[in-house]
Design a protein around this ligand. Structure first.
Ligand SMILES: O=C[C@H](O)COP(=O)(O)O
Length: 248
């Protein structure tokens, strides 16, 4: 039985002060949640966030990291740096990073390997654009991403990996894939990973849905057989909304 994960990705929102105020209220609302609860604040808030969440069931994740341990990479953070402040999860390959910051399947693959080498659990984002969907290429696009992103990982890696299926056309648009459609695509992802690795690992891997998840959509999504949780953007910015999602 896979344990659900509800993760909030704040993207480029909230200061360290706002982060601490949020966590101080949020931690009490979600203390009895069945799901694993993860918050992904901006990098500058991570240290304060880890401190504010200490001793609670709220885990703090980074939104990105570099694949090298150190070096001349201005503006970047390394896996070692994240580890040193108590980070256990990192989002890798979010579509906004692929679209605006030249993230490629090759760099995603290097980052996944670096995360596992450093004992950080990656949350790998995959998904298709509207144009790819409308031209019937969703499965081909996902298959290509999975093959390249997961190349060289081990079955043990895959068991702990978290994948977030985020159709790009559903991110921040208020359009969600229907729960049934998202579930079918997530099943496709699981089957593909079983082909690339093995069934046992694919069955253990958690696959989340992301794209305009709201308090009124989460229940239907979580009733699906293969949706193991949500990666929530906009609706994770308000304590009340995200608490309702976590406590679906
Ligand atoms: O990482 C989160 C996703 O991009 C979803 O964002 P959204 O819930 O605002 O659509």
């Amino acid at each position: 039985m896979r344990r659900a994960i509800i993760s909030g990705n704040w993207k480029m929102n909230k200061t360290p002060e706002e982060t601490v105020a949020y966590i101080n209220e949020f931690k009490n609302n979600v203390k009895d949640a069945d799901a694993e609860v993860i918050l992904c604040p901006p990098a500058i808030c991570l240290t304060e966030a880890v401190k504010a969440a200490e001793g609670t069931n709220v885990k703090i994740a980074a939104q990105n990291m570099h694949y090298k341990e150190s070096g001349a990479f201005t503006g970047e953070l390394s896996p070692l740096m994240l580890k040193s402040v108590g980070i256990e999860h990192v989002v890798i390959g979010h579509s906004e990073r692929r679209q605006y910051f030249n993230e490629t399947d090759e760099t995603v693959n290097l980052k996944l390997k670096a995360a596992f080498e450093n004992g950080i659990i990656p949350i790998l984002c995959v998904g298709e654009t509207l144009e790819e969907r409308e031209s019937g290429r969703t499965e081909a696009v996902l298959e290509g991403q999975l093959k390249e992103d997961l190349a060289g990982l081990t079955s043990e890696n895959v068991k702990t990996l978290v994948v977030a299926y985020e159709p790009i056309w559903a991110i921040g648009t208020g359009k969600t894939a229907s729960a049934e459609d998202a579930n079918d695509t997530i099943k496709f992802i699981r089957n593909k990973v079983a082909e690339l690795f093995d069934t046992e690992s694919a069955e253990a891997m958690r696959i989340l849905y992301g794209g305009s998840v709201k308090p009124n959509t989460i229940k239907g999504q979580m009733e699906m057989s293969d949706i193991d949780g949500g990666l929530v953007g906009g609706a994770s910015l308000k304590v009340e909304d995200f608490s309702a999602i976590v406590n679906y």
